[in-house]
Ligand binder design. Sequence first.
Ligand SMILES: [Zn+2]
Length: 645
Amino acid sequence: MLTYIKRSWWMALGLIILSFCCSAKGYENFKVAIYAPAQNVQKMSDPNWLEENWEIISKQVKADKIYLETHRDVILVDEETIAKARKFFESKGIEVAGGITYTIMESNRFKTFCYTDPKQRKRAQEVAEYTARLFDEVILDDFFFTNCKCKSCIKAKGNKSWTQFRLDLMKDASENLVVGPAKKVNPKVKMVIKYPNWYEHFQGCGYNLEAEPKIFDGIYTGTETRDPVYTDQHLQQYEGYLIFRYFENIAPGRNGGGWVDTGAIQYMDRYAEQLWLTLFAKAREITLFNFSRMLQPISEELRADWQGQQTSFDFDTMMQPVKQPDGTLVTPTTMARPAGYALEQIDVFLGKLGKPIGVKSYKPYHSTGEDFLHNYLGMCGIAMDLEPEFPADANMIFLAESAKFDKTIVDKIKGQLVAGKTVMITSGLLKALQGIGSTSSLQEGIEDIVEFRCTDKKAVTNEFWRRRAFWGRRGVTYKSSSNIIIPEIKYLTNDSWEEVSCLTSGIGYPILHSADYADSRLYVLTIPDNFGDLYNYPAEVLTEIKKVLMKDLYVRVDGPSQVALFIYDNDTFIVESFLPEIVDVNIVTDKRISKLRDVLSGEELSGKAPPEPPMRARRWQRQENDKLIFDIQIKPHSYRVFKCE
Ligand SMILES: [Zn+2]
């Protein structure tokens, strides 16, 4: 008994000390690192420059760690400068790690090293050895890939595809030019590879998600998506969350953190959103790229039109003076402050969230097809969880075209259906799996399950139809706000069935289609030619898709697209809107959940039973008796956090 009391007393004291340390410095739920590229580190040879600028940054955002880069482009920072910078940061209690960028000239279409040129291979190895000698932890920034197509690389490629050649080349470079040599000079060194945001295309430039995470001690995730419209990549906001979860599933427990820069934003809220989404995915550390960008002045031009409504990112609150530990006040001046403000806000509740969960989806290593589609579904409110291995345990699996890279995918789908589990495939995957002849690398075609055809023909539609009576007379139509081009899916009468259709020029085509097989049902979701048109599917159509995909999750959000849902395994969830106006949505939960608590405001919400269908429709319109509905509003570019009670 005495021992027990003693132990708990010591544990309590430990906790007190721990929370005191954390509150005195840094955030409770994550570490913040700042990355200093070689050009910044060079400037640190001037102690005044460093002192002055670090003061500006550290008074606006609480940093725990700094990455000092040794190499980028043709710059190699000298040892003396690194030693000085290191001493400076250590004296401030900041953790120090190293960084390497393997570029020849970043400004020239990201010119990377050539890994078939003996001179450049030697240089790559020297840089790894030099950096590992100086640091016990080294991270490689975005450019450890190759886009070199010089004569030497063309010759070395031989008959391989560029993808295969580069995958092999970079695996070799990882082992024999970077990790191996680094460990030789410093056996303690932790080598981390940071991957950028273009995961769907990595293999083309040799980023090897299958082999490299096993060679390196850790991986790291580029969660920056910038503006979905006004950047060449057109990445959807949801990717900031999804990519972190995907990489966490590739290297469980070894995905060190997320990484966001300040680039290419049209409004300041977008910067905050990228930081939030990274942490909603439960990143342990967030890296702010980079030192000099943290010093960029705050631009009034980034104040969005919807400001002034107490949205999640409130520009005026962000601009309030920041209280320092000594009681003095510092007026925000640079981009370090929006970062600090955004991080302080979510640190308050992040600890209350459990493990992120979502609809299991499978994207084999080095696969591509319907590129980045999962993020568009995420933007439609479907919580996604992307896996590199086939998640056979899942009751519901979503498969996009990229799943065709698994040569046994049809067999795997069959296995799920026979086991009574549900699978939803996209029109893109259907097309890839149909009519498989003996020449294909795939073992079986989808015909072995059901004879669908996704044709090359297109239909244009703005009207959707949900048939409710067997003879098709009764049903509901919904309009989309614009015309949508979809592929025409054909099927054999009475063999499979339209769940949701679109109507066009007097006829119609499937949007959500299903076929029975063994004890279960295979669904096909029609993906518009322009994925962005998923956002134009009427809310009611999105709800029908969610009812199938999210049937095993305890919560869904019914409403327009661009309102995302983040679900955790401890009855907490976040609803975040990326719309520029206030939006009304319904939170639909399992009936066991009687109340919702708004974690930020403390407000308690009561649910109501779903509306009873009108008398004349009762025979065919089922009420969701096992659900409760909560009406909520979300402000522009804002999130709300809920706890189920
Ligand atoms: Zn080359």
